[in-house]
Design a binder for this molecule. Sequence first.
Ligand SMILES: Cc1cc2nc3c(=O)[nH]c(=O)nc-3n(C[C@H](O)[C@H](O)[C@H](O)COP(=O)(O)O)c2cc1C
Length: 318
Amino acid sequence: MKRVLVVSYSQSGQLSDIVAALVRPLVAAGLRLHHEVLRPQPAFPFPWPFFAFLDVFPESVRLDPRPNQALALDDADGADEADFDLVILAWPVWYLSPAQPVSAFLQSAAAKRLLGGRPVVSVVACRNMWLSAFDTLKTLVAEAGGRLVDHVAFTDESPALATFITTPRWMFTGRRDRFFGLPPAGVNAQQTAGAARFGTALAQALARDEEKHDQPMLGGLCAVKVAPHLILSERAGRRAFQVWSGLIRRCGRAGQRRRIPALVLFLIYLVVLIVTVVPLNLALQRLAAPLLARRIAALTRHYEQPSGAGDARMSAHE
Ligand SMILES: Cc1cc2nc3c(=O)[nH]c(=O)nc-3n(C[C@H](O)[C@H](O)[C@H](O)COP(=O)(O)O)c2cc1C
C-alpha cells in the first residue's frame, strides 16, 4: 500500500478545502495518507492587523521566515519516514514568495529527510500572482533534494480590479462574502471541488508506479493557467521587492517599531505601483506586443511546466 505525505499551510481554510477535495480520491483508492499542517511559532494572525500584514513582507521575500513547530513526524521520532512514495506540498503566496511557513519547512532539516529523492506535487492557491513564487519554490524543493514532478495552481478568477478590493478586505476582516456588488474573494467553490480530478489522476498514476519516473502525472487536466500579461509586471515587482525588503530590514528586525516608517513608505510605493505603474506597464506591453511576443510566449511555456495548461484529459473528469 503506497503512502502519501501532504504538507500544507492555510490561514483562512481556502487551501485546506482544496487539499481536502484533492486527497479524497486518494483515500478512497486505499492509499495511506499522512497530513502535516505547518504551525509557525508563534502563529501568524488571521484576520491580519494592518502592520502585521506589512511586517511579514521583508522576511517573506528574503526567505528568512519565522520557524515552525516540530512536525508530528518529528515527535514520532522519525518513525516510518522513509516510506512515503509521494509528497503533496500545498502553499499560499506571500509577497510574490512562498508563504513563510512553507519557506521555513523547505529550508528545514525535516524537509531534507522527507523530500530527499521523492517526487513532489506542488499545489498553490493565491490571488493571481504565483509565477515568481513558483520559481523560488522549485529552487527550495531542489535544494531539499525533492523532485518536483507536478504543479497545479488555483487563483481568484474574478476581475483583477475587484480582487484588488476583495482580497485585502478578506485579509483584514476575515470576510470573503459578496460585497457592494463585488464577487466573493478567493478561489470559488467550483474550482475547489474540481481539485478532486488531481487526486483521481494521482491515485491512478500511483497504481501504475508512474511516480517513479520523472514525468508529470497531471498533464491534460488544466493544471495551470498562466496569464501572459502578468509575467513582466510580476518580474518587475519581484526585482523591486528585493530592493525594498533589503532597505526595510536595514531599519530594524521583524516586529520592531522602528521599521514602521519604512513599511509605510513601502505601502505608498505599493499602492502607487498598482494604480499607475501596472496599468502603464500593461499599456506599454500592448504597444510593444510584436517585439515582446516571442519572449512572453517562451516565459509562458516555462511557467506552464511541468504539468501544462492542456485539457486533453478533462472530459474524463467532467
Ligand atoms: C501577507 C500576504 C501576502 C500575500 N501576497 C500575495 C501575492 O503576492 N500574490 C498573490 O497572488 N496572493 C497573495 N496573497 C494571498 C495568498 O496567497 C492566499 O490566497 C490567501 O492568503 C489565502 O490563503 P490561505 O489558504 O492561507 O487562507 C497574500 C496573502 C498574505 C496573507
